[in-house]
Design a binder for this molecule. Sequence first.
Ligand SMILES: [Fe+2]
Length: 181
Amino acid sequence: MSYLTIYPETSATPKNEYSDFSEIQKALAQHGVVFERWKATEQVSAEATPEEVTRAYQADIDRFKAERGFMTHDVVSIHPGVENHPEMRQKFLQEHTHSEDEARFFVDGSGMFYIHHVGKIFKILCEKGDFLNVPAGTKHWFDMGNKPFFKAIRLFNNPEGWIASFTGDSIADRFPKYEQS
Ligand SMILES: [Fe+2]
């Protein structure tokens, strides 16, 4: 089940924990972070093509694109059989920002987002059905875990422009990683 854990930035001892959807949504909305649950309008199998995945969530994709000015989207799939998954995990495990929003919908599987904002760390476990939008310029990192498994829809303003700008802060190393085992 999805959850939100809030830590002070100085300590890995949790200050608040939420597992209720509307409480998570409310706590994140105060900081401009959008958290939603999207429902498929048709059955999506594990083997569904990106086109089939898109079709099942078309209304929400179109709505959010219009709300935030996103231009494109894609569907990304990661599983433990992907050869370079440890390197992929490392890639976004250090604190960074982007010049555009980071919008992710979890069609399947899970991943852990960490948002560093107003002196706090917001650790959010996103699971199947969850949508998260991290505003442009917000410091964050992402852990796909030691056994990465997810299929996600990613929205972009401009795929070429989606570059991580690393802060150089090692803060991510001081908070619990996502370990699925
Ligand atoms: Fe990111």
